[in-house]
Write a new protein. Structure first.
Length: 299
């Protein structure tokens, strides 16, 4: 079983060995999980490096904030990062809110539903909009300072959340709101998958890990993604608390992968257009040749 609070895989005890949450062995109850940034002056002990989750891609990303582009949500709201602040730009309200990292007061990440019906959202408060009330969960997607996104964009916006969480003051409200998991026999299926193997091989690329699980175990896409999110959330929480720069590195890896995919798609589209143009040219030449032949026969 996985802990409903922190996502760690648990043994047969009644309580999670990581966070102490009581485990619902008798009955699986879907829950809405929120992870809040600790607001305390007492420093937590940093795990020894030998205790940290291992992964192939550890420390491969750069520690520079990826500032060369904005990140557009489904609703048109854009998130733009600089070395000192984050900007939320809303096209329909014409609001452009610039929030210095040290003035961030709330960073709320709402994960999209696995069935694809409900979008996720990344909502920011601070600076100019610090006094605007944070809406209830079901209304977050309508906020002018929230970029919405699909499950396909979730990995990107999750890592933007983690980056902002690492840069925000300790007093900031930083929350992860996770969807109810209504997938039957998920824990049973997860027990047959070596999730740490897929973590080590694919982190931070969640889509790749889920695709690997689908291919190897024949598990449906939504169930595989739910499994991946559980183990990735738990391991990355440990890594980012031990070293916040890991959140920056992982965001750079994710952004770099997206850019490579975009370049590959652009190249394929250019090649396709070239082939279409060449085919159209050949058809035009053949048509002209046929017309000339017909004219010569008529003469």
């Amino acid at each position: 079983m996985f802990c409903p609070n922190c996502g760690r895989k648990c043994a047969d005890g009644k309580f999670c060995p990581s966070c102490g949450t009581k485990l619902p062995w008798e009955e699986e109850r879907p829950v809405l999980v929120a992870e809040s940034k600790p607001q305390t002056n007492h420093a937590e002990p940093v795990p020894d490096s030998a205790e940290l989750p291992k992964r192939t891609n550890t420390r491969k990303g750069t520690v520079e904030i990826p500032t060369s582009r904005g990140y557009l949500g489904k609703n048109g709201v854009a998130i733009l990062l600089s070395d000192a602040d984050v900007t939320v730009s809303c096209p329909w309200s014409r609001e452009r809110t610039v929030i210095p990292f040290h003035e961030l007061e709330a960073v709320i990440y709402l994960r999209p539903a696995y069935n694809g019906w409900d979008s996720g959202a990344l909502l920011l408060r601070g600076g100019q909009n610090r006094n605007v009330p944070i809406p209830e969960t079901r209304k977050i997607n309508r906020d002018s300072a929230a970029a919405t996104f699909s499950l396909e964009q979730d990995t990107l916006f999750y890592h933007i959340f983690q980056l902002l969480k690492s840069l925000a003051p300790d007093t900031a409200r930083c929350e992860m709101i996770l969807p109810e998991i209504k997938l039957r026999n998920l824990d049973q299926a997860a027990s047959m998958v070596d999730l740490e193997y897929f973590w080590n091989m694919y982190a931070p690329y969640r889509e790749r890990a889920a695709s690997g699980i689908c291919a190897k175990h024949g598990i449906k896409k939504d169930a595989a993604r739910a499994m991946v999110d559980r183990v990735f959330d738990a391991n990355q929480k440990i890594l980012y608390e031990a070293d916040p720069l890991d959140a920056v590195r992982d965001l750079n890896l994710v952004v770099g992968n997206i850019r490579q995919e975009e370049q590959r798609t652009s190249k394929q589209q250019a090649q396709s257009r070239k082939r279409q143009e060449e085919e159209s040219l050949r058809e035009a030449v053949d048509t002209i040749a046929w017309l000339k032949l017909r004219q010569s026969r008529d003469d």
